[in-house]
Ligand binder design. Structure first.
Ligand code: SF4
Length: 290
């Protein structure tokens, strides 16, 4: 039985056309304009790099990002799997269609009209879906009447080097650090370093993975201020990873990572889930609030 609930809360209507238009713009922009925080982190890395080859690689990466922005061209040939994070106020009412379909239409238009490479295929036949769909859409329902959309084109090379593991609780902080450093070490040059390392600790297996990816959305190098313990672990991991000697493009050097970002939540008493999501130097994400 449907029950009509009378409430004083004003519902805000958002038409799907507005969502499609915003998603299209975000994916084209994310693929062509590297965030100023990433560019600044690369510039800082250049001042700290000790290897001549490493310095040359960093200079080329910065130059490439500059050319892409000026000429409105993709920063990388891998224009990514379309990952979308949505924060939707519970007093928002989507009209004119359905949220997921509207987002996917925006992705489809961005990849077609923005001349972005379509990189999605059937896992078995490897046949391209031809429109870069489906998108990977995460929706959080929150208080309020706003709709925040974050577009994150995620490169395959760095995603391939990501990993998750259910550690035993006795593994503790040392076990977590070892897993993160081992994951980066075995990835070596494959995720196109310098990388940003997103780490999710706690929750469940899938929640740790989502936290690791969300950690990549933080401005590069901004530490986790919610918990002092995490800030310490981020710093220790940043140092250990940059002592691996992988360097820019894997050609050796001081700068393997631009940052390590950790997110954490409580977990089951029997578990210690840890996920590592590696992001290459083409760290793309753009957001808007409707
Ligand atoms: S991992 Fe990143 S830099 Fe490397 S090819 Fe993919 S998108 Fe490009």
């Amino acid at each position: 039985m449907d029950v009509e609930i009378k409430t004083k809360t004003k519902v805000r209507r958002i038409n799907v056309k507005k969502i499609t238009k915003a998603v299209k713009k975000l994916f084209i922009e994310a693929n062509t304009v590297l965030g100023e925080d990433v560019v600044e982190a690369l510039r800082q890395a250049l001042t700290r790099e000790e290897s001549e080859t490493g310095k040359q690689v960093l200079q080329k990466i910065i130059e490439n990002a500059d050319i892409a922005r000026r000429k409105k061209m993709p920063i990388c040939q891998d224009t990514g799997l379309a990952v979308v994070f949505v924060e939707m106020g519970q007093d928002v009412h989507i009209v004119g269609g359905e949220l997921h379909a509207a987002i996917e239409e925006g992705v489809r238009q961005a990849y077609a009209e923005g001349y972005l490479r379509k990189s999605v295929c059937d896992p078995f036949t490897r046949e391209n879906t031809t429109d870069n769909l489906p998108a990977i859409i995460h929706v959080d329902i929150v208080a309020g009447t706003h709709l925040k959309i974050i577009a994150m084109p995620k490169g395959g090379g760095s995603e391939n080097c990501s990993a998750a593991k259910m550690l035993t609780p006795s593994a503790g902080i040392d076990g977590i650090k070892k897993f993160v450093v081992d994951t980066v070490s075995s990835a070596s040059a494959n995720p196109c370093p310098p990388i940003i390392v997103g780490v999710g600790i706690g929750g469940s297996l899938e929640q740790a993975c989502v936290m690791a990816k969300k950690a990549l959305l933080r401005p590069v190098g901004e530490t986790n201020r919610k918990d002092d313990r995490l800030e310490q672990i981020e710093k220790a991991l940043f140092e250990s990873i940059n002592n691996l000697g992988i360097g820019p493009a894997g050609l050796g050097g001081r700068i393997t990572a631009l940052a390590v970002h950790i997110e954490m939540m409580p977990c089951h008493i029997a578990s210690l889930p840890v996920a590592v999501n590696i992001q290459c130097h083409v760290a793309r994400h753009k957001e808007t609030a409707l």
